[in-house]
Design a protein around this ligand. Structure first.
Ligand SMILES: *Cc1c(COP(=O)(O)O)cnc(C)c1O
Length: 348
C-alpha cells in the first residue's frame, strides 16, 4: 500500500497543486519520443512557438479515484484517447497514439498513487492530458515540434452541500462557429467563451446555454458541459448539433447508455429547439461532464424571461437523480460495470 499524502481530502477545492511527477513525450523529426515521467512541472518555450501565435493546443480531462474495494481506477480513458486524437487532427497536430495515451495515464496515476484520494472522501485525482505546438512558426502553418504532457492534481468533490439545481442563461455570444471547432476539445474554444462565462457568473448564473451558431434556434451546450432534457413522457432528449458544434462528452454518451441499458428508458437524440424549452415541453434539464457528472438545471433565463423547469430550483428531478446515481454507482463499483468502463490501474 502506498502511503497517502497528508491532505484534508474533503476540503480540497478545484485548484492546481503540483504533485510528484508528470508525463511528457516530445514530437520531433516526424515522430513521438519514448516519453518519460518528470518532476519538472514547468515548460520552457521559444517566444516563437506555434502555441503562442496560432493556438495549436488540445487537451483532455478525466479523473482517477479509489473504488470501494480499494482499487485505483479511471473511467473510459480510451474515449479520451480517441477524442484527443480527433481534436489533434482538426488542428493539424500529430495525434498521440491512443494506446500510448492510455498507457501514459496509467503511468502518471501510478507514479502519483499517494495523491489519489481515498474512497469515500468525494475527492478525485484530476488527470489533465494536453498537447501543444512547441516548434517555431512565424508564417501561418502547423508547427513541426510538439509536446504531449499529462499532469495530475487532487481536487475536491464538485458538490459539497448536496446536489443543487443551477440557473443558466441564453448567451448572446456564440461558443463556436458553425462547422468550426466546437466539436473538439481545444483551449481556443474556451478563450472564445470566456467573456460570456465571466458575464454569466457575474449575473448569478452557473453557465451559459449556447444556441446553434447558425440560426440561434436550437440548443447546443454550455461552456464546458453538454445538455440533457427529460420530456413529459419521461424520455431522455439529447440535443444534436446540425452545425457539428457540440463537444462529444464522454459523460453524456455514457449517460445515454445508462438510460437505455440500466434504466430501460427511451432516449431520443435529435436537434432540440429552444422554443421547446420556452413552451415548457421539458420537465427536467441537466448539464453533464466529467467534473459534476450531472448538474441539474432548474431555470433557463432568456433576457428578462425566466423559464423554470417543472423540477424547479429546490430539488433535483427524479430522472436526473437516477441517472446520476446510476453512473456514479458504476464508477464507484457499487453497481455492475456491464460495459467494462471502469479501467483499473495496477498500483502494486
Ligand atoms: C470537456 C467538455 C465537455 C464534457 O465532456 P466530458 O467528456 O463528459 O468531460 C462538454 N463540453 C465541452 C465544451 C467540453 O470541453
Amino acid at each position: 500500500m502506498v502511503e497517502k499524502k497528508d491532505i484534508e481530502w474533503g476540503k480540497l477545492g478545484f485548484a492546481y497543486q503540483p504533485t510528484d511527477l508528470s508525463y511528457v513525450s516530445i514530437y520531433k523529426d516526424g515522430e513521438w519520443g519514448e516519453g518519460t515521467l518528470t518532476p519538472d512541472h514547468t515548460v520552457t518555450l521559444s517566444e516563437c512557438s506555434g502555441i503562442l501565435h496560432y493556438c495549436q493546443e488540445v487537451f483532455e480531462g478525466l479523473k482517477a479515484y479509489t473504488t470501494k474495494s480499494g482499487d485505483i481506477v479511471c473511467f473510459r480513458p480510451d474515449q479520451n484517447a480517441k477524442r484527443m486524437h480527433n481534436s489533434a487532427l482538426r488542428l493539424c497536430m500529430p495525434p498521440f497514439p491512443e494506446d500510448r495515451f492510455v498507457d501514459a495515464v496509467e503511468k502518471v496515476v501510478k507514479a502519483n498513487a499517494a495523491w489519489v484520494p481515498p474512497f469515500g472522501s468525494g475527492a478525485t485525482l484530476y488527470v489533465r492530458p494536453l498537447m501543444f505546438a512547441t516548434g517555431e512558426v512565424i508564417g501561418v502553418s502547423p508547427a513541426t515540434e510538439y509536446q504531449f504532457r499529462i499532469f495530475v492534481t487532487p481536487v475536491g468533490p464538485y458538490y459539497t452541500g448536496g446536489v443543487k439545481p443551477v440557473k443558466v442563461r441564453i448567451s448572446e455570444y456564440d461558443r463556436a462557429a458553425p462547422h468550426g471547432t466546437g466539436n473538439i476539445k481545444a483551449g481556443l474554444n474556451y478563450a472564445m467563451s470566456m467573456k460570456a462565462g465571466v458575464e454569466a457568473h457575474e449575473g448569478g448564473y452557473a453557465d451559459n446555454l449556447y444556441l446553434d451558431p447558425q440560426t440561434r434556434t436550437y440548443v447546443e451546450e454550455s461552456g464546458g458541459a453538454n445538455f440533457l432534457f427529460v420530456d413529459k413522457d419521461g424520455k431522455l432528449v439529447v440535443p444534436q448539433s446540425f452545425t457539428d458544434s457540440i463537444l462529444p462528452s464522454v459523460t453524456r454518451r455514457s449517460l445515454v447508455e445508462v438510460a437505455k441499458s440500466y434504466l430501460g428508458m427511451e432516449v431520443v437524440e435529435r436537434p432540440v429547439k429552444f422554443q421547446e424549452v420556452r413552451d415548457g415541453e421539458f420537465v427536467e434539464a441537466g448539464m453533464c461532464g466529467t467534473a459534476a457528472v450531472i448538474s441539474p438545471v432548474g431555470e433557463v433565463d432568456e433576457g428578462d424571461k425566466h423559464y423554470v423547469l417543472a423540477s424547479g430550483m429546490e430539488e433535483v428531478g427524479p430522472v436526473m437523480k437516477k441517472l446520476r446515481e446510476t453512473l456514479t454507482g458504476i464508477q464507484s463499483g457499487k453497481l455492475e460495470d456491464k460495459f467494462n468502463w471502469v479501467h483499473k490501474i495496477d498500483v502494486d
